[in-house]
Design a binder for this molecule. Structure first.
Ligand SMILES: Nc1nc2c(c(=O)[nH]1)N[C@H]1C(S)=C(S)[C@@H](COP(=O)(O)OP(=O)(O)OC[C@H]3O[C@@H](n4cnc5c(=O)[nH]c(N)nc54)[C@H](O)[C@@H]3O)O[C@H]1N2
Ligand SMILES: Nc1nc2c(c(=O)[nH]1)N[C@H]1C(S)=C(S)[C@@H](COP(=O)(O)OP(=O)(O)OC[C@H]3O[C@@H](n4cnc5c(=O)[nH]c(N)nc54)[C@H](O)[C@@H]3O)O[C@H]1N2
Ligand code: SF4
Ligand SMILES: [Mo]
Length: 768
């Protein structure tokens, strides 16, 4: 441990309490409060003029893409009132803040001292302005020239005994151009160690959808959502995490569609939505979103879906016309096995295991039985479990039975997290190399790409922990706080010779470092990217597979910032020196030249430069599931899957903990201390518990508790939380990420996707 005035580095979030206040959970989302909170954040961080001018450009054609989530913009007209939500405004305010983290700031505070700050305070410090280095055994970061920083990285990479000792992480904010160049450099360097935030996020969706439908992305567009007869929102909290999705659900409802919600918590955004852009909502009180709420127990979605399908099958047998037999016969494989599997289970046992009332299940079954245009939307509530892949395959089974894939108003909708996480994958960020991309890079750049599998997030942490990987480079993100098993991950990073963060803002990973650490400050989405007098733009892909341009407008937080493509190009140039045929600096300078190479290599990117410049509207990438083409799958058919029930074997005193986002955070970035919709104010150290379980444990409201998790004989801890009585199934509890991440065991993850089990951790509760 580094020592500074007897301070050790703190790897976990601060346990300091901030003064909790509770109210009743809200029964609607957005409305006037949403607008007020959005503007308060933006004006508070940016000043009124800058805030209004910049918000007017966000998500508009020719403007910049919201740095928040990956929800798509409308294809046609954009609203003149603004195409953003409360959380988009918060994401912008976070990036466009006028506060600065300068070299003076770093000389004032030691790394150890900053590591004791709360994540909220760390984030509030402001934008990074200069490249900084923490030299071996130093207590403070100091300024470094860009050229020396690149040289430090090049020297460390050259010192490795194999390229596989390097790890190159990506978070989902990077543009297509930056991600492509990064992937190219890492392959040219000689490894496929390209872990990314997807590994902790929608990897289970990618695996399940590729195997069943032949594409790891969703099949629907925004327009399909408007036209659906039934939308099931399962394991997702759009009111907080994808707020403009509520406008789409509202449109669907106003067109006569129905919404089924599957969640252990009755999230406010799924109850009612008051659209700030519809005058009538002001008078009518908004639109009720959920028609049927299935309050499932944590990780009991598979039993619930099986119960629903069993009831649908019974109806099919008694009345017919429930399943799409033509579709099943002509387009799918494995129907008989799925029916045989359903027959294996007792209906009442499935219902009991799911925790949902039979009345609620019957309501949902009735809606599903009489509809064909069905969309299932999901996010982390399904992916971050041991059976994350099976959860999604079971959703696909339901859609296949109904013939709901490849039709207007029907299909799969995994709702992506980061604004360009999907694009990063499309353009080649993947630890499992794509043959087509590798071959394309070899052809276009004359290099030899490595063919062995690289390391994903969990496996690269293990490799660093074991000393098998020694240089860690992060293109964005906050690795130590986002990953599981905080203390294990921290030791893994501290084992490295060099850790490098390309970042916009200060975060905890900057304090949990290798022997040497570099912070390389970069431009944010909203900022003007100018080189030699030319304004540059980048491109991104939204959750529904549409690629479009994004051009920042604000003057950069500091004249010393470099764009991500420029930084990557300079690292590559420093590493390869004259030993390369690739004009790295040229690529970093001229994004058109990166896009031309992408067009030559990536499927669906023909005429890329032309298309993204046409009217700023962008283009959809090819999507076989959207058009019902399953020809690349075994026997040319979509695949039904037989999924097992989840097993937890909880000890009598164990609870199942799910880790969730508050309304005031973007992943590890803490915008504020309120979770307005759940009625929690000024505190993040809370655990939501069923009042009956509190009574059983002898707990009063707001009592302080500690949590432990025990896996494979190792006890992990997270201390000091207020017990908050909440409407959550008995035996389940919920706490915020990243405060609870220290409880997630590194070696427990989803089968086949290796996503940490952040949504179903066995824990014990102790009164403090
Ligand atoms: N404002 C804001 N927006 C964001 C983010 C953010 O942090 N803040 N993060 C972005 C990212 S990267 C992502 S991936 C997405 C995440 O978006 P979401 O997946 O919506 O986020 P979470 O809060 O992790 O939890 C999802 C929901 O799953 C429910 N849930 C928990 N366990 C279960 C379960 O076992 N079964 C079911 N059916 N439901 C369960 C929770 O109650 C919660 O409502 O949002 C993106 N957008
Ligand atoms: N327990 C638990 N753990 C989880 C989850 C959970 O639900 N529960 N969710 C998981 C999920 S879904 C995800 S996606 C991961 C998120 O993991 P990450 O993507 O690693 O984390 P973020 O908090 O999104 O990263 C925030 C940092 O990114 C940097 N940044 C912001 N914008 C930019 C930019 O434009 N360029 C660059 N270079 N840097 C930028 C800033 O410095 C900021 O501090 O966490 C995962 N961890
Ligand atoms: S829904 Fe997502 S992308 Fe759209 S404005 Fe809100 S945060 Fe930004
Ligand atoms: Mo995510």
């Amino acid at each position: 441990m580094k020592k500074d005035k007897n301070l050790t580095i703190q790897v976990n979030t601060s346990e300091e309490l901030t003064g909790i206040k509770l109210t009743k959970p809200a029964n609607y989302a957005a409305g006037v409060t949403g607008v007020k909170v959005a503007l308060d954040h933006a004006i508070g961080e940016m000043g009124a003029v800058r805030a209004f001018q910049t918000l007017a450009k966000m998500n508009q054609k020719g403007g910049f893409d919201c740095p928040g989530c990956a929800w798509p913009d409308p294809d046609d007209k954009r609203s003149v009132l603004g195409e953003y939500c409360e959380n988009g405004a918060k994401a912008l305010a976070e990036e466009a803040t006028l506060k600065k983290v300068t070299p003076d700031f770093f000389s004032q505070y030691s790394v150890a001292e900053m590591s004791h700050w709360s994540d909220y305070k760390i984030g509030r410090s402001g934008r990074l302005t200069h490249p900084m280095i923490l030299r071996p055994n130093a207590t403070h970061y100091e300024k470094i020239d860009w050229s020396e920083a690149y040289e430090v990285i090049a020297q460390h990479l050259k010192a490795l005994s194999s390229p596989n000792e390097g790890v190159f992480y990506t978070s989902g904010r990077s543009s297509n151009e930056a991600a492509f160049l990064y992937g190219l450099f890492v392959r040219a360097f000689g490894t496929n160690n390209l872990p990314d935030c997807s590994n902790m996020c929608h990897e289970s969706s990618g695996v399940a959808l590729s195997q069943t439908l032949g594409i790891g992305k969703g099949s629907v567009t925004l327009d399909d959502l408007h036209k659906a007869e039934v939308v099931m929102v399962i394991g997702q909290n759009p009111g907080t995490n994808h707020p403009r999705m509520l406008s789409a659900l509202q449109k669907c409802k106003l067109n006569g569609g129905k919404v089924i919600t599957v969640n252990p918590l009755a999230e406010a955004g799924l109850k009612k939505f008051k659209n700030p852009q519809r005058a009538e909502d002001f008078f009518t009180g908004g639109t009720a979103i959920t028609d049927s709420f299935l309050q499932v127990k944590v990780n009991q979605d598979v039993p619930l879906l099986k119960a629903i399908m069993k009831k649908l099958y019974a109806l099919e047998q008694s009345q017919g016309n429930v399943f799409d037999h033509d579709f099943i016969k002509n387009k799918t494989q494995g129907y008989e096995a799925v029916i045989a599997d359903l027959e294996k289970y007792e209906l009442q046992e499935l219902i009991t295991q799911s925790g949902v009332t039979e009345t609620a299940i019957d309501e949902a079954v009735e809606m599903l039985a009489s509809s064909k245009k069905i969309i299932i939307c999901w996010a982390m509530g399904l992916t971050q479990h041991k059976n994350g892949v099976a959860n999604i395959k079971e959703c696909v089974n339901l859609l296949l039975l109904k013939g709901s894939i490849g039709i207007e108003g029907g299909g799969t909708c995994p709702v992506r997290g980061h604004s360009n996480v999907q694009g990063d994958r499309t353009v080649g960020i993947n630890h499992l190399p794509s043959k087509a991309i590798s071959e394309g890079m070899e052809r276009e750049f004359g290099l030899k790409c490595p063919t062995d599998h690289g390391l994903d997030v969990v496996h690269c942490i293990q490799a660093m922990h074991e000393g098998k990987a020694k240089v860690f480079v992060a293109l964005g993100g906050n690795f130590v706080s986002a990953a599981s098993d905080t203390e294990y991950t921290a030791r893994a990073l501290q084992n490295c010779d060099l850790t490098v963060s390309v970042s916009t803002k200060l975060n905890r990973t900057h304090f949990i470092t290798g022997k040497t650490s570099l912070i390389l400050p970069t431009l944010g989405r909203s900022e003007l990217d100018q080189k030699d007098g030319n304004e540059r733009f980048v491109t991104v892909e939204n959750s529904m597979g549409k690629v479009h341009s994004s051009q920042g407008k604000l003057s950069p937080a500091s004249p010393h910032l470099m764009s991500e493509p420029d930084i990557i190009a300079h690292i590559a140039a420093a590493y390869f020196k004259n030993d390369t045929t690739i004009n790295w600096l040229g690529l970093g300078q001229n994004y058109d030249s990166i896009r031309d190479k992408m067009a030559a290599i990536l499927s669906g990117f023909k005429d890329y430069n032309k298309k993204v410049k046409e009217d700023g509207g962008g283009f959809y990438l090819p999507n076989n599931a959207r058009i019902g083409d399953f020809s690349k799958l075994p026997n040319g058919r979509a695949q039904f899957s037989v999924c097992e029930l989840p097993k937890h074997s909880l000890a009598k005193d164990e609870f199942l903990l799910t880790t969730i986002r508050s309304h005031d955070q973007f992943n590890t970035t803490i915008y504020g201390l309120d979770d307005r919709y759940r009625g929690v104010y000024n505190e993040r150290r809370v655990v939501f518990i069923n009042p009956k379980d509190m009574k059983k444990l002898g707990l009063e409201k707001l009592d302080l508790i500690n949590l432990t998790s025990e896996y494979d004989g190792i006890t992990r801890k997270a201390n000091t939380f207020h017990a908050v009585p909440y409407d959550i199934p008995r035996g389940d509890i919920a706490a915020y990420f990243p405060e609870a991440n220290s409880l997630v065991p590194i070696n427990h993850f989803a089968e086949h996707s290796y996503t940490p089990i952040s949504k179903s951790i066995k824990v014990r509760i102790f009164k403090k």
